[in-house]
Write a protein that binds this ligand. Structure first.
Ligand code: ZN
Ligand code: ZN
Length: 274
């Protein structure tokens, strides 16, 4: 019995590590391409020691996730429903929507002076890279993964929950997290104003959160930021600049509202002279 439990724990650790490192590795490969270098949101180098700090945090996250997944499967695994497509879709949708809300609320709380110390590890990155997607303090990771387990337990009270839906959501979460921390704008200029772009955020959106600390607290969707007034007004302009190959060069840089037309920008004396 005991040896089976240990085997399951080791398996959780290997799977947790392999999946995360594969996704980060793929992201890293894309991050280093010349397209990525052209479409950087912030054209700045990573801070000295950033990657080392993120790598240590990622190791802790891999172990922490494996332990939590193992505990969940040990205590609640028998309550999971057998696979079926509708149940998998339902589980996926519940996790996607529920975790957006959980992440937004806890992320905002973690930015209060009292709790920021637990979120500071994630903000070692003012300029992000794929590994930032795994750079969290253990306290923050327990809050995040614990929240997703709480969502599953809540769901189990009212509907069937299946493993495939959970796994599919976790994979989506890892993939989008690496994309969101790529500091590279992969989506075309018109995306932000399209209906999809009004629902889902882009790498620019989250890169601005890391550079400015406040605002843009959402995970993968923009609704909560829009409803609670925490979007940056120059987001579409920063996005357009990244796509034009003219990403921001200063962390504190904001792009003012529509540029003043040249004719209006001239001083009165200049106008008379003309
Ligand atoms: Zn982040
Ligand atoms: Zn933050």
């Amino acid at each position: 019995m005991e040896s089976t439990l240990i085997k399951v724990l080791v398996l959780a650790l290997v799977v947790s590590g392999l999946v995360k490192l594969t996704v980060v590795g793929l992201g890293w490969g894309l991050w280093r391409t010349r397209w990525a270098e052209r479409w950087r949101v912030y054209r700045r180098a990573l801070a000295p020691g950033q990657l080392r700090s993120e790598a240590w945090a990622a190791a802790g996250v891999i172990v922490c996730d494996a332990l939590l997944v193992w505990l969940f499967r040990y205590f609640y695994g028998p309550r999971l429903a057998p696979f079926s497509v509708p149940v998998a879709l339902l589980t996926y949708a519940w996790m996607y929507v529920g975790f957006e809300v959980w992440f937004y609320v806890t992320h905002r709380l973690l930015h209060t002076p009292l709790l920021y110390r637990f979120h500071a590890q994630h903000h070692v990155a003012q300029v992000t890279d794929p590994l930032t997607s795994l750079s969290f303090s253990l306290v923050e990771r327990v809050v995040l993964i614990g929240g997703s387990i709480g969502l599953l337990l809540l769901a189990m009270e009212v509907m069937p929950v299946t493993n495939a839906g959970i796994m599919a959501y976790l994979l989506t979460n890892y993939l989008l997290n690496v994309l969101g921390h790529s500091n590279t704008e992969w989506f075309p200029t018109g995306f932000v104003s399209s209906w999809v772009g009004r629902l889902f955020l882009t790498p620019t959106f989250h890169a601005m959160h890391h550079a400015r600390y406040k605002g843009h607290y959402g995970l993968f969707t923009t609704m909560l930021d829009r409803w609670f007034g925490t979007t940056f007004p120059d987001y579409p302009r920063v996005h357009a600049r990244a796509r034009a190959g003219e990403g921001l060069v200063r962390i504190g840089e904001w792009l003012p509202a529509d540029p003043v037309p040249e004719a209006l920008a001239a001083t009165p004396s200049q106008s008379k002279a003309a």
